[in-house]
Design a protein. Structure first.
Length: 258
């Protein structure tokens, strides 16, 4: 790969500037301090979830050798597992056969939402969805892209995020596979014999720490590694020409009940 480039860091700007400088240009940026006043910043840690929500069963992903268990044949391996079991594995630092939480927030009682008010940038965004990610140090999420815009805030811990722009040569899986939005190479350990064009790929590397928010534009490829045990919140919304595509995909899922 080419030497990594950095993503700029800014203080919060008004909504019009955010859309004109970043969203409409599909440009990532790190916003420092956007979530400074979230109660989650002070309250949340592993014990907070284990003690207050022990019986909640969020979407949980099996982890094998540190990687979220994603296979081309079967897709992402998910279950609904009681949170206390997962949190115990995370506290043990279990990345061999552990679990990571990657769930929409609707599995939690609604008052949890008071801890992370929706940022003004996406508060009236179409198809707004919120997700919570909790994982052990060393676990990774494989390189993939999403159609949604994403504001991704670290509440605890630190992640290294490797990004590629949507047009880069990252060897996507077939559009007909179970994981059509995933890439084939391991972004941390590229096999250049198998993926020679990755030599020319341009990574952007971000070490995102607690209190920082990454604006991850639609379709940018992202690979995430927990450098520390971590908790993050993401807000996804649809914008521009992707809106009708997201709407059509949601209708299709409703009809097919998937
Ligand atoms: O936090 C992670 O490991 C995954 C986050 C992600 O892929 C997303 O928000 O789109």
């Amino acid at each position: 790969m080419k030497p990594a480039k950095e993503i700029p860091r800014i203080s919060p700007v008004d909504k019009i500037s955010f859309y004109s400088k970043f969203v409409s240009k599909n440009k990532p940026v790190i916003i420092e301090g956007l979530a400074d006043d979230w109660p989650a910043m002070k309250k949340w840690n592993m014990n907070f979830f284990a003690e207050n929500y022990s019986k909640v069963e969020p979407v949980t992903i099996a982890v094998k050798d540190g990687k979220c268990d994603v296979t081309i044949e079967k897709g992402v391996q998910v279950s609904f597992t009681a949170i206390e079991k997962t949190i115990n594995k995370i506290i043990e630092g279990n990345v061999q056969n552990g679990y990571a939480i990657a769930t929409t927030d609707d599995v939690f009682p609604a008052d949890l939402k008071n801890d992370y008010p929706v940022p003004a940038y996406c508060a009236d965004g179409s198809y707004l969805r919120t997700r919570i990610f909790i994982g052990a140090e060393g676990t990774t999420t494989w390189l993939h892209q999403d159609l949604f815009e994403n504001l991704y805030t670290m509440v605890k811990g630190k992640k290294r995020i490797i990004l590629f722009d949507p047009w880069d040569t990252v060897y996507p899986q077939s559009r007909f596979s179970k994981l059509p939005n995933h890439a084939r190479p391991d972004a941390e350990n590229i096999d250049y014999e198998k993926f020679p064009r990755m030599k020319n790929a341009q990574p952007y590397i971000v070490d995102l720490k607690a209190g920082e928010t990454l604006y991850l534009p639609s379709l940018w490829w992202h690979h995430l590694k927990n450098i520390e045990e971590s908790i993050a919140v993401s807000f996804w919304w649809a914008y521009g020409w992707k809106l009708p595509v997201v709407w059509a995909a949601a209708q299709y899922k409703k009809i097919r009940q998937i």
